[in-house]
Design a protein. Sequence first.
Length: 302
Amino acid sequence: MQLGMIGLGKMGANMTTRLSRGGHTVVVYDQNAEAIAKSAAGGAVPAASLAEVVSQLDAPRTVWVMVPAGDPTLSTVRALAELLEAGDTVIDGGNSFYGNSVMLGQELSAKGLHFVDVGTSGGVWGLDNGYSLMIGGEVNAVARLSPIFQTLAPSAETGWGRVGPSGAGHYSKMIHNGIEYGMMQAFAEGLSILRAKKEFEFDLSEVTRIWQDGSVVRSWLLDLIQDSLERDEKLEDIAAYVPDSGEGRWTVFESINLNVSAPVITASLERRIRSREDGYTDKLLSIMRNAFGGHAVKKAGE
């Protein structure tokens, strides 16, 4: 099957490679000429512009967009909509806000085009292990693209599926990431408690190795933790700074809007934000304790 791939960041490039290995013809474009050349060396067909991508595809055309969420995605999809013809499809596989996907679905539908949003999970491991694909779009449009999804997924039968109309794919990925926040926080807190119990001298690499088989908390996430701890349990070279992609925030906002309590996901997001603070909040708390109760204030460096 033919398709275009716009955006050759790490995930886009890996997806292009997996599709090429699966026998699909992938026409690629990126603002970075080196990224295009690298994908071309792996079997993709290079293009110098969006228009050139479209010109090299047979109708009905399919173009997969993997660029940063927000304005870059919106402008790219809208530019493609001016180049494509009725019956063609644009796929957004990035981490877009679901509301934007609903909007783009409506805009493209008015032009006779199909818009499919694919919430994509799998990270850097997807090239070898396959991706989890949560797909939003019209039933017939998704069905036509099934060979692409079957190639990208862990298998033709597992790890992918249509979850609803345009916007539903990115909405389910948003909630997926919110759950991921909570799981990561629980693992981090539990292992930190074990590490603090000094008299037992826990080997965290060994504990997590044991958990990997038979335990109710066994998971791919645990496998990644165990591998990291086996290489460096002290994590001395890692900064205590945790970014977020934005999807956890969107999940918390949705929980508030829908009156659904989500304390674990909310707390895990707040913990990430706190990791970026300069400590001023905690300094104020210490001063207040001293002011009303005479509690000692620990000075910097003590």
